[in-house]
Design a protein around this ligand. Structure first.
Ligand SMILES: C[S@@+](CC[C@H](N)C(=O)[O-])C[C@H]1O[C@@H](n2cnc3c(N)ncnc32)[C@H](O)[C@@H]1O
Length: 262
């Protein structure tokens, strides 16, 4: 799989792309990632990539010409061009899976107040957001997208089972996990996991994955009704560890704040 990233801060990405899982996958030729400085496609002598917004307002916008030229030059027949943007629905694991099935992704990173809107019509196939909040540029979102999709490419993650069984892979969160020591500050590992009985361990994990999902992300289950087996698992299995998500430190935003806006 090939990624081309277009950015005005190429230096932000290289250290991350050279490290750990992604660095190894690149060395082994499983993924090809090229980072391009957008200014290469900007007009000399100043290579300006931003300008004031028509109609006024704070900050600068990214000009359309360099981005469109960059995508037109990098595009291959298999290319799918993604604009990192807070204005898309937040990225999900099924969407990541779909993107991981593509041969060639061109990722366009915005900065400042964003990009001239005509770029969307002219060269963008899809917009991707990493969540309903705003960061300063598309570089970190691009890294998130590259790491999430690369993990699904066969051979990138050493143990394929870990990708198959993890949170969001099948619409559930992963069950709780423990390593040594068996007793840490008075908190003991659930006895079932020490039993050596693979069947019971598998049942425990399935039941706790369901329980954890219901407790923390019931929205994930509302879309897919529980099967009879899952209902039985939840009812029958002795859930030997109390569940409890750590809530966000800030109270959920009340609609009152939004209504106060003009
Ligand atoms: C400061 S943001 C611009 C936000 C824009 N003024 C708006 O209100 O939609 C600059 C750039 O950061 C990137 N960005 C910011 N938040 C993002 C998010 N949640 N997901 C993906 N990209 C994001 C986009 O590339 C965006 O063009």
């Amino acid at each position: 799989m090939r990624f081309d990233v277009v950015t005005i801060f190429p230096g932000m990405l290289e250290p991350v792309l050279a490290a750990s899982l992604l660095g190894k996958a690149r060395e082994r030729g499983l993924i090809d990632i090229q980072v391009h400085d957008l200014r290469r496609w900007a007009d000399p002598p100043h290579r300006k990539v931003d300008d004031y917004a028509y109609g006024g307002g704070p900050g600068m916008l990214m000009k359309p010409e360099p981005i469109v030229r960059a995508v037109e030059e990098l595009r291959t027949v298999d290319a799918w061009t993604v604009l990192l943007s807070p204005q898309a629905p937040p990225l999900t694991q099924p969407a990541v899976r779909c993107l991981a099935g593509r041969e060639h992704l061109i990722l366009v990173c915005g900065r400042y107040e964003g990009v001239d809107d005509r770029v969307r019509d002219l060269v963008i196939d899809e917009e991707v957001s990493i969540g309903d909040y705003v960061v300063a540029g598309g570089e970190v979102p691009a890294l998130v997208l590259i790491e999430a999709t690369s993990r699904l490419i066969p051979g990138v993650v050493g143990c394929e089972d870990s990708v198959r069984d993890e949170s969001h892979a099948a619409g559930l969160l992963e069950h709780p996990q423990f390593t040594r020591p068996e007793d840490f500050r008075g908190r003991r590992v659930p006895p079932t996991l020490l039993s050596g009985d693979h069947g019971r361990v598998a049942d425990w994990r399935r039941a706790h994955a369901l329980r954890r999902t219901l407790d923390r992300r019931p929205d994930l289950l509302s879309e897919r009704d529980l099967t009879d087996t899952q209902r039985r698992q939840l009812a029958d299995f002795d859930l030997d560890r109390p569940e409890g998500a750590r809530p966000h430190s800030c109270a959920p935003a009340s609609n009152g704040d939004a209504e106060a806006l003009p």
